[in-house]
Design a protein around this ligand. Sequence first.
Ligand code: OFO
Length: 181
Amino acid sequence: MKQQNLTPTRSISAETEKLLNLQIVMEGKSSAAYLSMASWCQTKGFDTSASFLYRHSEEERMHMLKLIHYVNDAGGHALQPEITGIKHTFNSLKEVFEDVLHHELEVTRSINNLVDNCFTNKDFATFNFLQWYVMEQREEETLARRAVDLFSLIGEEGIGLWMIDQEIGKLEAYANRNSGK
Ligand code: OFO
């Protein structure tokens, strides 16, 4: 008897699969980088910033998993990313949030390239799936920019750093309220 071919056809091209796997690496790196920042903040007594970054590390892991499921459901193979080169020490709390902003801008560029590629290749399902990431990046960039702004608004002298640490927690609550999270 002729064996039935139960292998589903792929819904994404090999090129899109490769690009999505690269994005999986980026989300994994975000998660690892924020975990490292959270740990550094905790050792320095910046408890609110540490909580903020621990939560963000978890969120980035969720972004990575969402992509992994998408690739596999579409008939591709999502690869668990190798993560290396994570920075463990920082010169200041300001440097932590400048790094967050820099990192988020890089992730946005990567998402935009991916979206552009899907549109050009008429992969409208993946294009649509990625819209969630487009909006998420906008929110995260805004949040990171506001965090960096706190350093010049409040100043780091005296109890300034302590106040900045407190305000970081409020920023997140404000962003969640505005996005309806
Ligand atoms: Fe994955 O949301 Fe930013 O990096």
